[in-house]
Design a protein around this ligand. Structure first.
Ligand code: 2P0
Length: 325
């Protein structure tokens, strides 16, 4: 017996207000809400088909068979929900430039949740897909939607999911990504955020400050106040990274080049009066939030200073799409 083969495209998202710590590690309930921008340029296409002839799940990524227990564990959640016992063939292609080093778990689990649930015969709405994707990887719950997306913290499996704030942006903004390094992360997000929750003396202050950031950034989005959105984004990222510096053992994701680019962005802002703001996630790449009209100038300026670094501009992107129907 073969299920239909379902193919889904999901785009990655970058948090402007970050998720960095879990209240419940099994269900992936976060310690605080977060807010992101989905990007058009980086995405994952995933096909899933259940097949009674298979003796185990077969997962290929960019054409290479992987031994990935996490994917099978995630499919177990789908199988249980759909009340089926079949194994699946999962083919995933990551459309992220190989030098980007961007986290792909957000687009990966959003695409997998949508493709696997539909192939298994479940007809989940986007809120339920967001809850399902969350159990693969927290940030994936936001990639179900396009544009500005909030992950509402919630307190249990049913109440923690993403909601769209503005899916179709009639606003010319985007992110310029500086690809500093594509090496493996020094500390995985999962281990890093847990270490911070358990040991940073600043953790409770972080949670309190994020709640203010969320209120203020949503207000700024409503008012089209790009400057305020940028200021909150940069300050929130720096606070997240200062948690890492204050953990025991301490760690950080910065490369010397990341710090140089951060300073260069501040300088462009101050000296040329261009609104541009950086954010960094669990890696050394710097993402620069800016308006589309300024992207070429910023890219040009930074390319001159950092001639061995690639820069890619991404516009706001859409939510998940079923590609075969
Ligand atoms: C975010 N990051 O809000 C934050 C900011 C990285 C820094 O979500 O353990 O892969 O699978 O839930 O979602 C990356 O962590 O972690 C992340 P898990 P995830 O985008």
């Amino acid at each position: 017996m073969l299920s239909p083969q379902i193919t889904v495209r999901a785009h990655t998202n970058i948090a402007l207000v970050k998720y960095w710590g879990k209240e419940n590690q099994d269900l992936i309930i976060p310690m605080n809400g977060s807010l992101s921008l989905t990007l058009d340029h980086f995405y994952t296409d995933t096909s899933v088909q259940f097949d009674s002839n298979l003796k185990n799940d077969i997962f290929s990524l960019n054409g290479n068979i992987q031994n990935n227990l996490q994917v099978s564990k995630f499919l177990d959640i789908v199988r249980k929900k759909a009340n089926i016992k079949l194994f699946a063939r999962i083919d995933s292609v990551n459309h992220v430039p190989s030098t980007a080093g961007l986290a792909s778990s957000a687009s990966a689990y959003a695409a997998l949740a949508a493709a696997a649930s539909k192939a298994a015969g479940l007809n989940l709405n986007r809120q339920d897909l967001s809850k399902l994707a969350r159990k693969g990887s927290g940030s994936a719950c936001r990639s179900i939607y396009g544009g500005f997306v909030e992950w509402v913290k919630g307190y249990d499996d049913d109440s923690s999911y993403a909601v769209p704030i503005e899916e179709e942006l009639d606003w010319e903004i985007g992110m310029l990504v500086a690809m500093v390094n594509r090496n493996e992360k020094k500390v995985s997000s999962r281990a890093g955020m847990q270490g911070v929750v358990e040991t940073s003396p600043f953790y409770s202050a972080w949670v309190k400050s994020v709640n203010n950031d969320l209120i203020n950034i949503k207000d700024a989005i409503k008012k089209r106040d790009f400057k305020l959105i940028g200021e909150i984004t940069e300050s929130n990222a720096l606070r997240m990274h200062s948690l890492n510096l204050s953990a025991t053992p301490h760690f950080n994701y910065f490369e010397p080049m990341s710090l140089e680019i951060m300073q260069a962005v501040e300088k462009i802002r101050e000296e040329q009066n261009i609104l541009c703001y950086y954010t960094l996630d669990a890696g050394p790449n710097v993402k620069i939030l800016c308006q589309q009209k300024d992207a070429a100038i910023i890219k040009n300026e930074l390319s001159q200073k950092f001639s061995n670094i690639e820069f890619e501009f991404a516009k706001p992107g859409p939510g998940i799409k079923y590609l075969n129907k």
